[in-house]
Design a binder for this molecule. Structure first.
Ligand code: ADP
Ligand code: ZN
Ligand code: ZN
Length: 678
């Protein structure tokens, strides 16, 4: 009787692969192959794992080896390249292979019951687009054409940084490059797939629409966390079977199985949402570049404000820089950026007189305005003037935020909620005051100032219901909104055509943050939000679009770069500072975090970890409490490791991780390689 030993990766923190015995059920049963899923017993449960080796024998004692329950033969096996990608991610980010390979496939594929899979295979996703959308395709300008040529000219691996100002038509470059590569493969009778990664899919419905409109004959699959599980399974299968020529997805899609992958695009490559912040803490952008190199295909990283890491690579020649320096629409010009010095203006409700005047002008002309304030809620805190009481969260080192429409205080860290107290809990004073302002408060003020204007607020609170963000943005596009107000949700990629004024309300806190990346993030955000203005071509007699930024620090170098639309100067200065300070990308970092009931316990664990192994060439900093030390009654601390050499850091981590697991500490800890929030 035929039998084999299958090595199977399972989704467990145990860093090992598990051997199981497979015995042919019938005379003609097909021997399983690497890349198939199998249902196996694990402890008292039955779980689905991934076959990563098929062997004649095992090193374990035969009586310890349990039998495979079933092999999922209906689905084509995952490719060796895909497994190698997962293995790379697992090694680099210091996780077991199973914890990488299994969570990144749809849940329903890992279901012990194969019914969902069978159903999905029988009734595949309907991926073809409706044909009634407009398929206008502008002729590329010279710079766009040069970019497309450069991307498609390389046979084999090539990493391109598409550095294009906001509104320069980067999307057209992606679409043309995709089309050219798909046609080229088709001409040789080969299939081709393109992976298009975007930071947040619900904020980029326009991109999805243009992709579908541009390729009416092709299947477009989407992969993101908001898909219902059944849909996600169908779309994943379409990608895996090569039926979907284009896969549009968020960061998790970088690990999609795509057997005919020929091009990867990472749109807005600087966006922080490419970094997964829990479980496998990976950078989808970095994995995209690795995957392109592995497969020998081009990868395009697009941004108006590239991450300084990518800018550094473009400078050193590792990436090829492709520049789009002008706005694509005829007559569209970059907006004029001005600063409003808040040392000289009173703004009791957050809006200075010059900004109010600019808003009034737009209302009179029937044009749209956008106000950006990266703080949701009504006020970040309420307090008592009489005794100094302040609305702290009792579970976190953070404030309870006032949400006035809901009449509640809410902690944005642990989600604790309570009714607004009628009087001060310590002294009984009934006159509690909100301090500072969030989007709800500015909205209220705008309605008082301009009762006739149509004001719309877009933030995480106003868009909780599924589809409500989409509906809100649609209303803006239809011109049903005069003043749009929102958090970073409104800053991203939207192509608003009627917008001529952008106001930035309070960017200053990020200027002096402890986080060394805060400046880079703020600059990118402001460039992005400023880029929403003046995107359509206006007639000659119309005034130029305007961006007005309220700040108390108009002399700050970041603002000077912003006024001049000078990303390059900003990036140069930032890199110089980082080099001098010994910060990434000039050093490589890893961060060990610990969570415990007491801060002492967390710090003690980190101290123990620090002294565990000799660490030549690695700087181990002192364990310190995290900035927000307590969240939901858990104390958090961290230990930062640095090295001038990535391989050296990697080699150390490979020894350190098993030693840390050996400690068998009861507290929760996690390691992040290339951390972004430290
Ligand atoms: P980006 O992503 O670089 O900010 P988009 O791709 O959104 O810019 O393009 C901005 C606008 O310019 C879109 O409305 C797009 O249709 C238009 N556009 C792009 N390329 C051209 C072109 N070659 N000629 C005219 N309009 C173009
Ligand atoms: Zn009081
Ligand atoms: Zn809290």
């Amino acid at each position: 009787m035929t039998h084999r030993i299958l090595s199977i990766a399972l989704d467990t923190p145990l860093d090992t692969e598990f051997d199981y015995r497979w015995i042919a059920g019938e005379a003609d049963a097909v021997v399983p192959v690497v890349g198939q899923f199998a249902l196996v017993p694990f402890g008292r449960r039955e779980v689905v794992g991934l076959i990563i080796a098929v062997k004649e024998s095992s090193d374990y004692q035969p009586e310890k080896i349990r039998d495979v329950i079933a092999v999922r033969t209906a689905l084509a096996p995952l490719s060796p390249e895909w497994i190698a990608l997962c293995r790379f991610a697992a090694d680099y980010y210091q996780r077991p292979l199973g914890e990488v390979a299994l969570p990144c496939v749809p849940k329903k594929l890992r279901d012990p019951q194969p019914t969902a899979l069978e159903r999905a295979l029988k009734k595949p996703a309907a991926l073809r687009s409706d044909s009634d959308i407009d398929v206008s395709r502008p002729t590329l300008n010279e710079q766009q054409q040069a970019a497309v040529d450069a991307i498609t000219a390389t046979l084999g691996y090539g990493a391109h940084l598409l550095f294009g100002v906001t509104g320069s038509g980067k999307t057209e470059v992606y679409l043309h490059a995709a089309e050219a590569l798909i046609k080229r493969e088709q001409a040789h009778g080969r299939a081709a797939q393109v992976l298009l990664l975007v930071p947040e899919i619900n904020l980029t419905p326009q991109l999805e629409a243009s992709v579908r409109a541009r390729f009416p004959a092709l299947h477009v699959a989407t992969l993101h966390s908001q898909l219902a599980e059944g849909e996600r399974l169908r779309h994943w299968i379409a990608a895996h079977q090569g039926r979907a020529a284009i896969v549009l997805g968020t960061r998790l899609a970088v690990l999609a199985s795509m057997p005919d992958l020929k091009l990867i695009v990472v749109d807005e490559e600087h966006d922080p949402s490419y970094k997964q912040q829990e479980g496998l803490r990976y950078s989808a952008r970095d994995l995209a570049v690795w995957r392109a190199r592995q497969l020998g295909i081009p990868v395009v990283l697009g941004s108006a404000t590239p991450s300084v890491e990518s800018w550094q690579h473009a400078g050193s020649g590792r990436y090829q820089k492709l520049a789009l320096t002008q706005r694509a629409s005829t007559h569209a010009r970059l907006p004029r950026v001005g600063l409003i010095d808040m040392q000289h203006h009173k703004a009791p409700e957050g809006l200075s007189p010059p900004l109010v005047a600019a808003l009034r002008e737009r209302l009179a002309r029937g044009e749209q305005s956008l106000l950006f304030l990266n703080r949701r809620g009504y006020a970040p805190v309420i307090h008592c003037d009489a005794c100094g009481w302040i609305s702290n969260c009792r579970r976190c080192t953070a404030f309870m935020v006032l949400h006035k429409p809901e009449r509640r205080l809410r902690c944005h860290h642990c989600s604790l909620e309570m009714r607004i107290p009628a009087a001060c809990p310590t002294c009984g004073n009934v006159d509690l005051q909100p301090l500072g302002r969030g989007t709800q408060r500015v909205e209220e003020h705008l309605q008082q100032l301009f009762p006739e204007a149509r004001v719309l607020r877009i933030d995480a609170d106003s868009t909780r219901r599924k589809g409500s963000a989409q509906a809100a943005f649609d209303a803006v596009h239809r011109g049903e909104v005069d003043i749009l107000l929102g958090t970073q949700m409104v800053a991203k990629g939207h192509d608003f055509r009627r917008l001529t004024l952008v106001g930035v309300i309070n960017p200053d806190t990020a200027l002096f943050s402890q986080d060394y990346r805060a400046g880079e993030r703020l600059f990118a955000q402001l460039m992005q939000v400023a880029g929403r203005a003046g995107r359509a071509g206006l007639a000659d007699h119309q005034p130029q679009s305007e961006v007005l930024i309220q700040t108390r620090y108009p002399q700050h170098p970041m603002f000077r770069a912003l006024l001049a639309h000078d990303y390059e100067g900003f990036a140069r200065d930032t890199l110089t500072e980082r080099r001098a300070a010994g910060l990434p990308p000039f050093v490589f970092q890893a961060l060990l975090r610990a969570e415990a009931k007491t801060l002492e316990a967390a710090l003690e664990f980190l101290q123990q970890a620090r002294e565990l192994l000799p660490h030549d060439g690695i700087t181990m900093n002192d364990p310190v409490p995290m900035t927000i030390t307590r969240v939901a009654n858990v104390e958090r601390a961290q230990l930062l490791l640095e090295s001038a050499s990535r391989p050296q850091l990697q080699a150390f981590l490979r020894e350190w991780m098993p030693a840390l697991r050996e400690l068998k500490s009861r507290l929760r800890w996690s390691l992040e390689v290339d951390p972004v929030d430290i």
